[in-house]
Design a protein around this ligand. Structure first.
Ligand code: 1HN
Length: 345
């Protein structure tokens, strides 16, 4: 850079201008280059810290007693991927996490314990390990616990995405808990049985989220049938996507969720996707290669594979995984891609 460049750049800056030619390649890189890194969180290390958090602050005081899983490539940003957030939330017997709502969409994936429930749009949803419960954009939600053991779940939200769009609104309810206005089971009866209310074909907008709970027994049973079918496993092992019954799209407009079984000893091809993906191990143990990292996750651990990072999953013991990503958003923008790097592992 010579003196003419320097004085030009200084003069540009004064007028709120910048030269494109110094940053062009960073702005439109030849392939995705996320600052996010592959990472693994071991539940056996996190659990004692969650319980300690339970001693220092109540759910009520904290509003939500959560340990955020922060990507080591983006400390301080509450990101686990470029667009998504993850946290582990603890609720203890007798506690209430007060009612509020926000434009960020959320789901809970239950990791440990029984007896807690979340109330969404006036209906109580009991929480059992392996259940997936949604709180879509602007739906009121509060959590409570009438059982006798700690309950922990994984919270997935589209916080970084909504932040980048500067479209975040939130509001506390007037009351600590919602009034139960709908009998338990109504949401499942209307939307969770492969049925839909008569007359809704034209009455419900596409991408509108109506089904709020996907139960462990249902998805686990489907995966067992697939894994025992004699069909060969695909690139992901045996994988299924949780689906919005309104229009067959992703569970939430911004987030897709999946479950998969990788048979014992099977290794997926090394592949990469444009959607950074967060995994929660439900059963078994695995050997994960992601970029230059190697992880050996076991049940209840979380690991993340950022966008366009080559990875493979091998099951040491039959591996059952829940995962989520921004694939739905990317597909709608025409951005989503997958590439297989190597098939022999
Ligand atoms: C939230 O509302 C919950 O409702 C969990 O359980 C985590 C993280 C950021 C903002 C809102 C919940 C959250 C959150």
């Amino acid at each position: 850079m010579n003196a003419m460049h320097e004085t030009l750049y200084a003069d540009l800056k004064l007028l709120g201008l910048a030269p494109l030619w110094t940053s062009l390649h960073d702005l439109v890189p030849p392939h995705p280059s996320s600052r996010m890194r592959p990472a693994h969180w071991q539940y056996e290390h996190i659990r004692p810290l969650l319980l300690r958090a339970g001693e220092v602050i109540s759910a009520e005081e904290a509003v939500r007693r959560v340990l955020i899983l922060e990507n080591p490539g983006a400390i301080g940003t509450a990101c686990i991927t470029d667009t998504l957030y993850a946290g582990l939330q603890l609720i203890l017997p007798g506690e209430v996490a007060p009612a509020h709502r926000h434009t960020q969409s959320a789901f809970r994936f239950i990791v440990e314990g029984r007896g807690a429930a979340t109330t969404v749009r006036g209906e109580r949803f009991p929480m059992e390990p392996g259940d997936l419960i949604l709180t879509p954009c602007l739906e009121w939600h509060d959590h409570s616990h009438e059982g006798s053991e700690p309950v922990v779940w994984l919270d997935g939200l589209d916080i970084p995405l909504v932040r980048s769009l500067a479209a975040g609104f939130a509001e506390d309810a007037q009351t600590r808990q919602q009034t139960l206005s709908t009998p338990t089971g109504m949401n499942a009866a209307y939307w969770g049985s492969g049925l839909r209310p008569v007359g809704t074909r034209t009455g419900v907008a596409p991408h509108r989220v109506e089904r709020f709970a996907y139960r462990f027994g249902e998805w686990r049973g489907a995966l067992s049938t697939l894994a025992r079918s004699g069909e060969p496993p695909g690139a992901e092992g045996f994988a299924l996507e949780f689906v919005n019954p309104v229009d067959g799209s992703s569970i939430l407009p911004s987030m897709s969720a999946f479950c998969q079984v990788v048979p014992k000893g099977y290794e997926t091809p090394i592949h990469r996707r444009t959607d950074g993906r967060v995994f929660s191990v439900v059963e078994g143990s695995g050997h994960i290669r992601a970029g230059s990292s190697v992880f050996r996750p076991v049940a209840r651990d979380v690991f993340v594979v950022p966008s366009w990072t080559p990875y493979s999953i091998r099951a040491e013991e039959e591996l059952v995984l829940f995962s989520y990503s921004d694939r739905a958003t990317q597909e709608r923008l025409g951005l989503w891609r997958v590439q297989v790097d190597r098939v022999d592992g």
